[in-house]
Design a protein around this ligand. Structure first.
Ligand code: GAR
Length: 192
């Protein structure tokens, strides 16, 4: 059985990490078994760390505040990812801007809570909720040097109902993310 290893990077709650743990980690697919070989978080109190512990996985905490610049922080992450043997890096709510030190050295995908190329950056949910658009959505894309700008792999959208609150809008986004991210990881890796 071919084992394909992934790294997951997160910064906060880790609800998407939990879906990967539930639906992808140590599961056997048509051509391979997929394992999380490396978990990295840049916030020592992130709830995702507890979620990973339930599955017996330790998270490496690399706090960006302890690094002089973005490049040295990225270099440290790349070093740990390479050591783990992960062939795909999944950014699941990882809230740091990455430099070429990272983007040129690993194959990574990012989950973003808007229909890219609209609403790039850290406030995508609020901005798309407050926009005139009649739909909201999510994107998964390859990570490139341009923030939220790499090749789009998958997108899904939903209708913004009249009177929908921000919390309802956010919940709809998360529900789509929780299905699409695990599926996309498997689609990328489960092939000959
Ligand atoms: C997700 O909604 C993800 O799309 C977003 O952070 C959230 C993480 O939730 N990512 C970005 O905004 C990246 N720019 P989680 O910690 O519960 O998985």
């Amino acid at each position: 059985m071919v084992i394909k290893k992934i790294a997951v990077l997160f910064s906060g709650s880790g609800s998407n990490l939990e879906k990967i743990l539930e639906n992808v980690h140590c599961k056997i697919f048509s051509t391979c078994k997929i394992e999380i070989a490396c978990l990295i978080c840049n916030k020592k109190d992130a709830y995702g760390i507890q979620r990973a512990k339930k599955y017996g996985l330790e998270t490496t905490i690399i706090e960006h505040i302890n690094y002089d610049d973005r490049e040295s922080f990225d270099k440290k992450m790349v070093e740990i990812i390479k050591k783990s043997g992960a062939e795909l890096v999944v950014l699941a709510g990882f809230m740091r801007i990455l430099t070429p030190e990272f983007t040129k050295n690993v194959n990574a995908i990012n989950l973003h809570p808007s229909l890219l190329p609209l609403f790039k950056g850290a406030h995508a949910i609020e901005e798309s909720y407050n926009s005139d658009m009649k739909v909201g959505g999510i994107s998964i894309h390859y990570v490139s040097e341009e923030l939220d700008g790499g090749e789009i792999i998958e997108q899904e959208c939903f209708k913004k109902e009249d009177g929908m609150t921000l919390e309802e809008f956010r919940a709809k986004i998360h529900a789509l993310e929780h299905k699409l991210l695990p599926k996309t990881i498997v689609d990328i890796l489960d092939k000959n």
